[in-house]
Every structure is written in structure tokens, then in C-alpha cells.
Design a protein around this ligand. Structure first.
Ligand SMILES: Cc1cc2nc3c(=O)[nH]c(=O)nc-3n(C[C@H](O)[C@H](O)[C@H](O)COP(=O)(O)O)c2cc1C
Length: 276
């Protein structure tokens, strides 16, 4: 057809047309980042890409996409519902949640993210206890009589967490896990340590997972406390527990079946937008 769509969409300029309306030629195909744009954009199935054989290319109808109103409703309905039941999330749904995460874009289409799903109850407990252990050590350091007087004025925001750490520990001792909140699954999203866009890639994937979870009726909560513990722990003990010594854990999502669904969504105070 010589429509030239591949020339326009390829991010690596592999498709080239030497003269207007002329044949399309390949230039340095070894630079391909395997993003699949050429195959996805081609209306004629003319591109034979070894990574995208016909069974991996799907024609679809844009009318079948969620409407803007449906998407807005999903975004408004997604909440971090912490009222979790003990019912496990069906494995098939966990797989769909991970598959949704894995559809997120990654910088340069590097696709270096890895996913670790933890559902073993004793390992889940160990994650909570690990987090509380790191917080305990942090608390001891921050409240040390030789440290507090000079560090507190420098880091007032950090010191606001000291009573939080104390409360989390007390609650856990009394049987209330405010870290995992009774989640029956944890999704760890990790990347190689030298990936410069690891955090961005992981958080985009995490949000895909969260939206899929919401649409399946699965509750999801971003695990900021656990992530803080991972970052503050010089010995990276959680990485070792999970067999992730060579990886950086960049996002963690707790998943569980909710006791109930919210009947309402709320309007938040809109963020200011500057239009320049
Ligand atoms: C980076 C990040 C870290 C978070 N960490 C935690 C956490 O450790 N525990 C928790 O219960 N909620 C955590 N949350 C959930 C937020 O508190 C929640 O998203 C926020 O209150 C808005 O509520 P919503 O998610 O229901 O819209 C975290 C959210 C983000 C984005």
C-alpha cells in the first residue's frame, strides 16, 4: 500500500522512504526496540516482525473501548479500601492484575520490570514484621539522646513519623496489622538496579494493576510503609527474603477481597491547573 504509517510511527526510524510515494526500506533494523508500533499501526498486515507473529496481533474495534464516562467512573470508584476480608483473591484475578501491570509503558520499551506475588500467609506476616523492625531501628536512631537535639530541627517532617512508628508497633502487638491491613496478596514490582527509569516504569505498572483490581472488585492499597522500610534498610533483608538481591523494589501493592464495596464516590478538591 505504501501508506507509510510505519515510517511515521517507528520511534527508531527503522522504516524509511527514499522518495515520496516510493517503496519503504529498512534502515538498521538492529535498532528495533520491539515496541510493536509498526505492526499495530499497519492496516494491511504487511509487516513480518519476528517478535509479533500473527497470533500476537489483534485487530480490535475502538467502539469496544470503555467510554470516557466509564473510565471516569472507574477512576472515581478506585479507592484504597482497607476493610479487607480473609477471603483470598482468586489466582486467576491475580494473574489478570499482573497482566494489566505488564501492559504499562516502560522507558525505551525496556520492559525490565519483574513481578513477585506473595500469597503465603507466613511470608506476608514476615513482611509486616520486617517493616515494623526497620521502623523500630529508625525510631531508636532518631530518638537517641545524642541525635535528636540536632537532627530534629533539620528533619521535622521525619520526626513526625516517630509517634506513627510507635502506634503501628502497638497496634500490631494488639492484633491489628496497620501495615498490610489483612491483605492476602502482595505484588512487588522490581527492576534492575541500573535502570534509570525503574521507579517511573514500576509506578505506571502499579497503577494499571490498581485499576484492573478495582474493575475486578479486588481491593488494592499502595504499600508506602513497606517501601519506606525497603529503602531505609541498608542490608536489604526483604530483597533477600524474596530472592530479589539483584533487583530494586520500586512499587508494592497490597491486594485483598473487600468486606464491602463503597456505594459512593466523592469529589476531591480539584488540584489547581495553570494554563500557560
Ligand atoms: C506512594 C503512596 C504510598 C502509600 N502508602 C500507603 C500505606 O503504606 N498504607 C496505606 O494504608 N495507604 C497507603 N497509601 C494510600 C493513600 O493513603 C491513599 O491513596 C490516599 O489516602 C487516597 O485514597 P484513595 O487511594 O482511596 O483514593 C499510599 C498511597 C501512595 C500513592
Amino acid at each position: 500500500m505504501r501508506c507509510g504509517r510505519c515510517v511515521r510511527v517507528c520511534p527508531s526510524q527503522i522504516f524509511a522512504r527514499e522518495e515520496p510515494g516510493g517503496a519503504i526500506v529498512l534502515h538498521k533494523p538492529e535498532n528495533c526496540i520491539v515496541c510493536g508500533h509498526c505492526v499495530a499501526a499497519c492496516p494491511a498486515g504487511a509487516i513480518d516482525h519476528e517478535c509479533f507473529p500473527p497470533e500476537r496481533v489483534h485487530a480490535f474495534d475502538r467502539q469496544a473501548l470503555p467510554s470516557p464516562e466509564q473510565l471516569e467512573l472507574l477512576l472515581a470508584a478506585r479507592r484504597s479500601n482497607r476493610a479487607l476480608s480473609q477471603r483470598p483473591v482468586p489466582q486467576e484475578w491475580l494473574d489478570r492484575i499482573v497482566a494489566a501491570a505488564d501492559r504499562a509503558p516502560t522507558a525505551s520499551n525496556a520492559r525490565e520490570l519483574g513481578y513477585t506475588l506473595v500469597i503465603d500467609p507466613s511470608l506476608l506476616r514476615q513482611v509486616s514484621e520486617y517493616t515494623l523492625g526497620v521502623f523500630r531501628r529508625l525510631e531508636r536512631m532518631l530518638t537517641h539522646p545524642l541525635v535528636r537535639p540536632w537532627l530534629k530541627p533539620l528533619l521535622p517532617r521525619v520526626y513526625r513519623y516517630v509517634p506513627v512508628f510507635v502506634r503501628l508497633r502497638r497496634d500490631y502487638a494488639e492484633g491489628r496489622d496497620r501495615i498490610l491491613r489483612g491483605a492476602t496478596a502482595l505484588l512487588f514490582i522490581h527492576a534492575p538496579k541500573d535502570n534509570r527509569f525503574a521507579a517511573e516504569d514500576a509506578n505506571l505498572a502499579c497503577q494499571n494493576a490498581a485499576l484492573m483490581a478495582e474493575s475486578l472488585g479486588v481491593s488494592q492499597i499502595y504499600m508506602g510503609f513497606v517501601l519506606t522500610a525497603v529503602r531505609e534498610d541498608r542490608h536489604k533483608r526483604l530483597n533477600r527474603m524474596l530472592g530479589l538481591e539483584e533487583r530494586r523494589i520500586c512499587a508494592i501493592l497490597a491486594l485483598g477481597m473487600p468486606e464491602f464495596h463503597y456505594p459512593n464516590y466523592i469529589d476531591r478538591t480539584p488540584a489547581g491547573v495553570r494554563r500557560l
